[in-house]
Design a protein around this ligand. Structure first.
Ligand code: NAP
Length: 348
């Protein structure tokens, strides 16, 4: 077993890490960190637990420590669910202290020597780890996963980009409140309402998508070169982001070819049969009113993206449109980091 720690273990994503790692065959949670508000308390006393599952017995009594590598002993991997500004300071310290950091936070994502990875999409970008360690003189390293709405989008774009080439993508998101953290969106702001703004989300989706589909030449990543335009909105759903996607392709296609491309799509995690890998990363719903967040977010244990209403869009030249749903705190956050760590554990 590999001993692992969770940074920001009391937050929305931190709780998902605990839930998903509870019965993991290779990873055992032995350290939990949070802010000074929580440090020194038993986990059960420090956390406002929000998940339907119970806090695992093995976790309740662990004492939460400050987010400082000196406080985290005998741990090989740390999963980071820290707010971005804290991650920017803490994550390099953990990597410098020799730990492998699998991060959800945006702080280090676009650093040229830090891999931003979705294992089904761009596992080859993990080769940046060696470059990062040499450049920074670290024994450990940092690997990141994209933000929640980007992960779901890019898992559906990858097979289409490879097969039909993409000219332009337009995306309109309907994002769950859990994506903003427990204190993120007050109930008075979201009940009976929709908030048509999520800070920095559109910029992240636009840059991260092109980076994930970019080419790695052994030294650096050259971003993919097509237009991505997004509009991001917060809706009164607890978990599960929905996205309306409109694509202008370079090559001709039929809707059946697109469906085949989605169904055939498998990546390295499926080939290696990694513990958290969904059997099918993209699952097609044929009903006229699916996918829906409440019905479809747990597809593939929350690790698959559901796609439906796949149809041609005649307003665009070679236009395609569809709706997708992905679980934002599982596939879009904790599950994504865990899959990154499983892949690293297997291949490095
Ligand atoms: P959250 O619910 O607000 O949790 C934040 C966590 O960080 C808590 O454990 C908190 O501990 C800890 N923390 C706060 N200030 C700290 C400090 N100064 N030093 C050390 N620890 C501190 O946030 P979240 O929604 O879980 O998000 C965590 C990260 O994941 C963010 O970077 C977010 O952007 C990213 N992310 C979230 C999602 C999502 O769907 N929620 C998806 C992708 C990525 P206390 O309890 O002690 O305050």
């Amino acid at each position: 077993m590999v001993n692992v720690g969770i940074l920001g273990a009391t937050g929305m994503v931190g709780q998902r890490f605990i839930e998903l790692l509870a019965n993991h065959p290779d990873f055992e949670v032995t350290a939990l960190t949070a802010s000074t508000r929580s440090a020194g308390k038993r986990y059960e006393d420090a956390v406002t637990w929000n998940l339907e599952s119970k806090i695992p017995e093995s976790i309740k009594d662990i004492t939460v420590v400050e987010t400082d590598p000196q406080q985290v002993k005998d741990v090989e991997i740390v999963f980071s669910a820290l707010p971005s500004e804290n991650a920017a300071v803490a994550e390099p310290k953990f990597a410098k202290a020799g730990m492998k950091v699998a991060s959800n936070a945006s702080a280090m994502r676009m650093e040229p020597d830090v891999p931003l990875v979705v294992p089904e999409v761009n596992p080859e970008h993990l080769d940046l780890i060696e470059i990062q360690q040499k450049k920074r003189g670290w024994d450990g390293f940092i690997v990141t996963n994209p933000n929640c709405s980007t992960i779901a989008l890019v898992m559906t774009l990858k097979p289409l980009y490879d097969q039909f080439n993409i000219k332009r993508v337009y995306v309109s998101t309907m994002q769950a409140v859990s994506g903003a953290g427990y204190n993120g969106v007050p109930s008075m702001a979201i009940v009976d309402n929709l908030v048509p703004f999520i800070g920095e989300e559109e910029e992240k989706m636009e840059t991260e998508t092109l980076h994930l589909l970019g080419d790695f030449d052994g030294e650096s990543v050259t971003d993919a070169n097509f237009g991505v335009s997004t509009s991001c909105h917060r809706v009164a759903v607890l978990d599960g982001h929905t996205e309306a996607v409109f694509i202008e392709m370079q090559n001709d296609f039929e809707v059946d070819d697109v469906k085949q491309s989605f169904s055939d799509f498998k990546g390295l995690p499926q080939k290696l049969n990694l513990h958290s890998a969904p059997k099918n990363p993209v699952v097609i719903r044929e009903e006229e009113n699916r996918p829906q967040p409440r019905m479809d977010r747990m597809e593939g244990n929350g690790m698959a993206v559901s796609v439906g209403r796949i149809r041609k869009d005649d307003v665009f030249d070679k236009g395609l449109k569809y709706i997708l749903v992905g679980h934002n705190t599982i596939r879009g956050a904790a599950g994504a980091s865990i899959l990154n760590a499983e892949l690293i554990n297997e291949i490095m």
